[in-house]
Design a protein around this ligand. Structure first.
Ligand code: BYC
Length: 331
């Protein structure tokens, strides 16, 4: 659907400016209605730019903060092979953060500003990373459930109307698929191990299930941004729609794992043709978003420390770039 009436042209513009704005809006509406792509130099409504910047920067922050619960287990991985795999996965998350910060920069925001907002506690990142990873099985549950939810949410974002975001998502989704498989495989091995290992796997699934479902965002009735983001072809499906699809995927996979979902109300509704799940604690979700989750303070503190510890690297890189530019200028 075209995005008519989504941006009115400001009345105080000169006739020339007004004409340019109107032509830009018409171009934008056509691109959206053709389900084609907006690129960084194209005209776009200010509200579209802001929405994208909000979503992409939050997404980038999630990748970077999301490294912490798993990085915490690298030194405690049970074998060299597991350690190497986990290290590669955590590095992938850093890479995802970088692609996404780059995509956000094309919207006119500097990476420094985004980072400053994150460490000042002004920016959001995914609620899920404010929960603790307390056992090795959590590496399995994070991979299977958290990366699983991420894929379910992100595959449609590969078709997002903003070119740099959609293209970044294609690569990210490929890597997330590998992440989910490694999580599934950790859980499968634990589930087929001793009784204590199986219990550890089940306990991890029990703790990560509801927070993973909440990753999709608030229920549709309580999601202020969804409607507009869907009209702009940024989001393709609503939060509840994706959550329901995810439950349907997990319900089959958990059988293969020999484990159970901690939800006895999961069922396929034949009338709506959708998967349903038991109630989620949305007050807990709001608390986590308000900074009162179990690990919010710790996650931000670690990020600040890492940022401060990395100051010399940024300074060295800037100095190197300055010297290179000087050499080029002199040549
Ligand atoms: N956590 O109107 P709504 C990963 C906020 S990284 C925190 O539905 P929207 C991984 C929302 O921002 C996974 N905040 O919003 C990494 C909004 O607040 P503001 C990250 C949330 O944008 C490392 C308000 O609630 N994935 O997988 O239409 C290791 C109202 O919500 C959350 C992405 O970022 C939440 N869960 O929809 C392993 C995907 N949910 O900004 C794995 C890209 C909602 O108005 N993002 N809020 O103050 C999206 O798809 C959408 O932004 C969301 C929310 C579905 C998350």
């Amino acid at each position: 659907m075209a995005s008519q009436n989504l941006q009115s042209v400001p009345p105080e513009l000169s006739p020339d400016e007004r004409e340019r704005e109107q032509a830009g809006q018409a171009y934008f509406d056509r691109i959206i209605s053709e389900d084609s792509r907006i690129e960084p130099r194209d005209w776009m409504p200010e509200a579209y730019r802001k929405t994208l910047l909000r979503q992409i920067s939050q997404h980038a922050h999630s990748e970077i903060i999301g490294m912490q619960p798993e990085a915490n287990w690298i030194t405690r991985a049970p074998s060299l092979k597991r350690k190497a795999i986990l290290m590669a996965k955590v590095q992938d998350e850093a890479g995802h953060g970088l692609y996404l910060y780059s995509a956000a920069e094309t919207l006119g925001q500097s990476r420094d500003k985004m980072m400053d907002d994150l460490i000042a506690g002004k920016a959001r990142y995914s609620s899920i990373f404010n929960y603790p990873a307390i056992s090795w099985a959590d590496m399995g549950a994070i991979g299977w459930l958290v990366d699983g939810a991420a894929i379910c949410n992100q595959v449609p974002l590969c078709r997002a109307s903003y070119g740099p975001y959609g293209r970044a998502m294609v690569r990210i989704c490929k890597e997330e698929s590998f992440h989910q498989r490694q999580g599934f495989e950790i859980l499968l091995e634990l589930s087929n191990g001793t009784e204590a290992q199986k219990q550890m796997a089940q306990d991890a699934v029990n703790r990560w299930y509801a927070p993973a479902l909440m990753m999709f965002g608030p229920p549709d009735d309580d999601s202020p941004n969804s409607k507009q983001s869907m009209a702009w072809n940024i989001k393709r499906f609503s939060n509840d729609e994706l959550r329901s699809r995810f439950v349907g995927m997990m319900v089959e996979q958990v059988k293969v794992l020999g484990l159970t979902l901690p939800d006895d109300q999961v069922r396929f509704n034949e009338e709506t043709k959708k998967w349903e799940h038991g109630p989620l604690d949305w007050n807990e979700f709001k608390d986590v978003l308000a900074g009162r989750g179990p690990c919010n303070a710790q996650r931000l503190e670690r990020r600040r420390e890492a940022h401060d510890d990395g100051a010399w690297v940024r300074e060295a890189a800037a100095e190197y770039a300055r010297k290179q530019a000087e050499k080029e200028y002199a040549a």
